[in-house]
Design a protein around this ligand. Structure first.
Ligand SMILES: Cc1cc2nc3c(=O)[nH]c(=O)nc-3n(C[C@H](O)[C@H](O)[C@H](O)COP(=O)(O)OP(=O)(O)OC[C@H]3O[C@@H](n4cnc5c(N)ncnc54)[C@H](O)[C@@H]3O)c2cc1C
Length: 420
């Protein structure tokens, strides 16, 4: 391994002297310092979303992470990614008696299942003839509950450095972890919203430019322009126009006049358009107007090459999301075709104590299927248990009959006397 790759920030600051900051970074610092307090506040998260999209977030996060919280959380196991495989990794670690911390850049668990196909059917999960992405995620969360994992959402892991004694220092923008084992279950990467690229627009991220609806209360009294033509854009425009959030007006903008959403959503949209509560414009945002520090309007170019100026207070961009492998590729772990190379007997990477499971890994015969990720997580947990405690017997136990496993699961043990 190239130690230089891993030694990002350990022991010495990543950069010395004043750190040059972009406008967006300055804005993020300002928002964080202004005591909106919560580093995961919507304003800060929208700034982060924009920084991530412009490729600056990772760099910015690396600069900050050693400063935000100097006290690392000590743990035996840290899982990067709360997708289906990361969640099952937590379960298998729990059976081995290993408690896990879990970090995900998303604000909820489920990975691709939740981000890409929450309501689509899955037919190939063992023992579940039919489920949906959301249903499977819910079941996995129920399954890990007995092991009480600590979830850290809305945080992108950016830093990794080896410490003395074989531990790994892992850093997000706001938290550090000192872990004995690390499980990279980062899938196809961190999902970030697709950016609306218009000159000068990024500077308004978090103040007037948003990539997520919630908290929708922030739009009270505002003229909101929603951009996008798929389910999330249509649903968000409807939610804003329904009246609950007391917005002044809603305009939905999409480059085509065909929208992709459920029949129910399209019918509701048609009703709201007919009543004048939603204005729909076919076209693309090609420019902005500002007054002082405020974004006041967007210029929309229509298919007929006309330009319409639409006055606004807030711009909500919902053009979908795309995965970015991001920092994982820069940690110096052995890779093959953008995946982490692993030993298929243990799912260990090229570094002792670091395992890779799910869509992120590569080995002969690899298939990017959830069931394969579950198998990988199982063997990785066994391997990690042996790594953490070489003296342990490593004897295979069944949940059906092992009192120890049932105790860890918090269920009645096989030898418990019947109640009453
Ligand atoms: C449309 C579609 C349908 C599919 N249907 C099926 C099917 O029917 N059956 C099947 O078996 N498989 C299916 N798959 C594939 C399946 O979804 C994946 O194999 C599975 O999601 C992989 O799980 P994972 O946990 O490895 O990764 P993911 O689900 O990708 O989760 C990875 C998580 O890691 C997070 N992350 C990444 N990098 C970082 C970082 N640096 N810091 C913090 N968090 C990070 C991400 O935000 C994400 O939440 C389908 C995929 C798609 C796109």
């Amino acid at each position: 391994m190239n130690a230089g790759h891993l030694d990002m920030g350990h022991g010495e600051p990543p950069v010395s002297g004043p750190i040059p900051q972009t406008d967006l970074e300055q804005k993020l610092r300002h928002r964080e310092a202004a005591g909106r307090g919560d580093p995961c506040s919507p304003e800060v998260m929208d700034c982060r979303a924009s920084l991530a999209m412009t490729g600056l977030f990772m760099e910015s996060a690396a600069r900050q992470s050693m400063q935000s919280d100097p006290t690392p959380i000590h743990t035996d196991a840290l899982v990067i990614g709360a997708g289906p495989v990361g969640l099952f990794q937590v379960f298998q670690l729990g059976l081995q008696g290993i408690h896990a911390q879990v970090v995900d850049v998303q604000d909820q668990a489920g990975g691709q299942c939740i981000e890409l196909y929450p309501d689509k059917p899955l037919y190939d999960i063992p023992g579940l003839p039919y489920s949906t992405g959301r249903d499977l995620t819910q079941r996995l969360l129920e399954q890990v509950a007995p092991f009480n994992p600590a979830f850290h959402f809305s945080q992108q892991v950016s830093q990794l450095s080896r410490q003395t004694g074989g531990r790994w220092l892992v850093g997000t923008s706001t938290q550090q972890f000192l872990t004995r084992t690390l499980f990279v279950a980062a899938g196809v990467g961190a999902f970030v919203p697709k950016e609306l690229k218009v000159d000068g627009l990024a500077a308004f991220a978090g103040s007037q430019l948003f990539y997520r609806l919630n908290p929708a209360e922030r739009f009270k009294g505002m003229q909101v322009v929603v951009v996008g033509g798929e389910e999330s854009a249509v649903n968000n425009a409807i939610a804003l126009a329904e009246g609950t959030y007391q917005v002044t007006g809603v305009t939905l903008v999409h480059r085509r006049d065909v929208l992709q959403a459920s029949p129910e959503a399209l019918e509701r949209l048609a009703q709201l358009r007919a009543s004048g509560r939603i204005t729909f414009i076919t076209g693309q945002i090609t420019g902005i107007e500002t007054q002082g520090e405020r974004l006041t309007a967007v210029a929309i170019t229509t298919p007929a090459d006309q330009t319409l100026n639409v006055v606004l207070d807030a711009l909500l961009v919902n053009q979908g999301i795309s995965p970015k492998l991001g920092p994982v590729a820069q940690w110096g772990l052995a890779m093959a075709r953008k995946q982490l190379s692993v030993d298929p007997a243990t799912f260990a990477t090229s570094e002792a104590g670091i395992y890779a499971v799910g869509d992120i890994n590569s080995y002969p015969g690899k298939k990017k299927l959830i069931v394969c990720g579950f198998h990988e997580a199982t063997l990785a947990a066994f391997a990690a248990a042996a790594y953490l405690n070489p003296q342990a017997s490593g004897v295979l136990q069944y949940t059906t009959s092992s009192a120890l496993l049932q105790q860890r699961l918090g269920v009645k043990t096989a030898t418990s006397p019947p109640a009453g």
